[in-house]
Design a protein around this ligand. Structure first.
Ligand code: AMP
Length: 282
């Protein structure tokens, strides 16, 4: 696996590969990798000649400074995992390399409601920062395929809109959420959970699963299902839910019609760590 640390070096290497007619698959990450990330690398390696991964803890997408400072860094382990999963090129840029002219965005895109609701409401500025870095990375890498996880549900909806608004040729592929044996969605932040918080954390996926099971058994009063999900989290000492919502899977609006594709989404603090998860109900 080739490791490159500057945009210039990466572009030189990509130019050569593209001249050879190679197709590229790209997996952007913030490191502290787990099997959720490597599942995307493996999917990219299956569908592309060359698999590129970036590790960049993007300062502009952290609305909470402490969260940025505490973000786990495990670079030597990440390198081993990437090589093992079939990654060919690892891009490890510095903040200066990505933002040579500072953090200010020139033409900020307006993603509308999908970026204002849920995470947009509780993490102001997060999606602006995320879209800013994904756009920069896509301009640098220009991959044929971009791989992202369903775990960050709103993120993949916004990136889909970013790609179409900017008329990029990249195609987005969304991979399923990988989970621990007990159902907890894998996340780089899970390493910050202490033993007690780790035990409690399973309640998020268990609640989503319960709501999904109830929905599939025919309980289709969505307001009631949403209230049940919220209360299951709210009534658990040690869990501070921010939201539990059931929304249209594409627009994120409250579903009004029968047969809409719907998704349940939750965010909660457990032991001082903010976790998110979601499940498609139908
Ligand atoms: P992050 O490093 O958290 O920015 O995540 C990088 C990519 O990995 C994003 O596209 C995430 O959606 C994806 N990802 C994170 N956790 C998981 C998971 N448990 N399963 C599948 N993909 C994931």
């Amino acid at each position: 696996m080739l490791i490159v640390k500057t945009t210039a070096e990466l572009q030189k290497c990509l130019k050569k590969l593209k001249n050879e007619g190679k197709s590229t698959g790209f997996v952007p990450t913030m490191g502290a990798l787990h099997q959720g990330h490597t599942s995307l690398i493996r999917a990219a390696a299956l569908k592309s000649d060359v698999t590129i991964c970036s590790i960049f803890v993007n300062p502009t997408q952290f609305n909470d400074k402490a969260d940025f400072e505490k973000y786990p860094v495990t670079i030597s382990r990440d390198i081993e995992m990437l090589a093992e999963a079939g990654c060919n090129v690892l891009f490890l840029p510095s903040v200066n390399d990505i933002y040579p002219n500072g953090f200010n965005q020139k033409q900020k895109l307006d993603f509308g409601f999908i970026a204002q609701t849920l995470e947009g409401e509780f993490r102001p500025g997060h999606f602006d920062g995320m879209a800013q870095v994904v756009e920069l990375l896509l301009y640098i890498v220009k991959p044929n395929l971009l791989f992202m996880g369903q775990k960050d549900y709103q993120q993949q909806l916004i990136v889909r809109k970013l790609i179409s608004s900017r008329r990029m040729k990249t195609k987005l592929v969304v991979g399923p959420t990988l989970r621990e044996k007990d159902g907890l969605a894998m996340s780089s932040r899970n390493v910050r959970l202490d033993q007690q918080a780790r035990k409690l954390a399973v309640k998020i996926s268990a609640t989503l699963q319960q709501v999904k099971t109830d929905f599939r058994k025919g309980k289709q009063n969505l307001a009631q299902l949403k209230e049940n999900g919220w209360l299951m989290l709210q009534n658990e000492p040690g869990i501070k839910p921010e939201y539990f919502e059931i929304r249209n899977a594409n627009s994120l609006q409250t579903p009004l019609k029968k047969n809409e594709k719907i998704v349940a989404l939750a965010a909660a603090y457990i032991g001082g760590v903010r976790l998110i998860d979601n499940m498609l109900l139908n």
